[in-house]
Design a binder for this molecule. Structure first.
Ligand code: NAD
Ligand code: 0WE
Length: 276
């Protein structure tokens, strides 16, 4: 991250919301949480199991949050408990951040057509796409008119990225779900958008085959010839979740240094960086 000073202000003053998907300080959801907190938001967090509570609890505390819910999105009981907790504590909420994705490691390598199993497909789509529909429905039931939701997606939904495989299919479903959710909730003034981030070094991006090549290629081929800064993703989330985002809904907004806009990069920087 280029610097840790998230612009302060009052864009989110009086607004309350749930952040799903913080695993550690490198999580995209954590950059978003800090930016929202710096603009006055009151936050609640979910975490995936006891192992991550040790990491998430001190982060939550550092932004003044005392609401942490153990929530594996494949569990209806834990989803019920999470949203009941919010209802009991706050009554209403104003925003939801969804930054959750998972596919089995065996599904994220080699040939898509050969390696994608029925169970692998189901689980990737369940955790990475249905969970936004499910959380979005539950959130909408306690959301003030004028609220907003954001999810995180990746270009592998639109174009082929080697090894991203079934996750690309799940992200395509997530983006389509964003549009249908936007249509359903639009009449209530609730906006639903997705941010398509470029590659960022998080837990979810660690240990992927071809990771070094991917980060280097993305930097070289992006319009800005640099890595995606999570602060830019956090800034986009602030825009979409605050009243700055009025009338923007059903959108997939790219924050990737312009990588998505380039069909063919200039030869020189690409060759230098691929050889270097
Ligand atoms: P991360 O590992 O920090 O976050 C992923 C989160 O998903 C973790 O907190 C993990 O606990 C949670 N999760 C996975 N399975 C879950 C389940 N069954 N129930 C509840 N939570 C579960 O990594 P990140 O890169 O910050 O990922 C956040 C989002 O951003 C993901 O949707 C990812 O696809 C998306 N994204 C990441 C990148 C990147 O390069 N890092 C780029 C574009 C989009
Ligand atoms: O959405 C993601 C990654 C999501 C992800 C990561 C893992 C790693 C560990 C989902 N499931 C798992 N399962 C695991 O077992 N990104 C956008 C980051 C990412 O992942 C890639 C990428 C990029 C970019 C995988 C292959 C190619 C590119």
């Amino acid at each position: 991250m280029s610097d840790q000073n998230f612009p302060t202000g009052t864009l989110m003053a009086g607004k309350r919301g749930l952040i799903m998907g913080v695993a550690n300080k490198n999580s995209i959801a954590w950059a978003i949480a800090r930016q929202l907190a710096a603009q006055g938001a009151e936050l609640a967090f979910t975490y995936q199991g006891d192992k991550l509570l040790r990491r998430v609890a001190p982060l939550a505390e550092s932004v003044g949050s005392d609401t942490l819910c153990d929530c594996d999105v494949t569990s209806d009981d834990q989803m019920d408990a999470t949203f009941n907790t919010l209802k009991d504590k706050w009554g209403k909420i104003d925003f939801l951040v969804h930054a959750i994705a998972f596919a089995g490691k065996d599904q994220l390598a080699g040939s898509f057509i050969e390696n994608t199993t029925r169970d692998g497909f189901k689980s990737a789509l369940d955790i990475s796409a249905y969970s936004f529909v499910d959380a979005g429905r539950r959130a909408s039931e306690i959301m003030n008119n004028g609220g907003a939701m954001v999810t995180l997606t990746y270009l592998g939904s639109e174009r082929v990225v080697p090894n991203y495989n079934v996750m690309g299919v799940a992200k395509a479903a997530l983006e389509a779900s964003t549009r249908y959710m936007a249509a359903d909730l639009g009449p209530r003034g609730i906006r639903v958008n997705a941010i398509s981030a470029g590659p960022i070094k998080t837990l979810a991006a660690a240990g992927i085959g071809s990771g070094r090549h991917m980060f280097r290629f993305n930097k070289a081929a992006a319009a800005m010839q640099d890595h995606t800064d999570p602060m830019g993703v956090a800034g986009a989330a602030l825009y979409l979740l605050s009243d700055l985002g009025l009338s923007c809904t059903g959108e997939t907004h790219h924050v990737d240094g312009g990588f998505h806009a380039i069909a063919m990069p200039q030869e020189t920087p690409l060759r230098e960086s691929l050889e270097g």
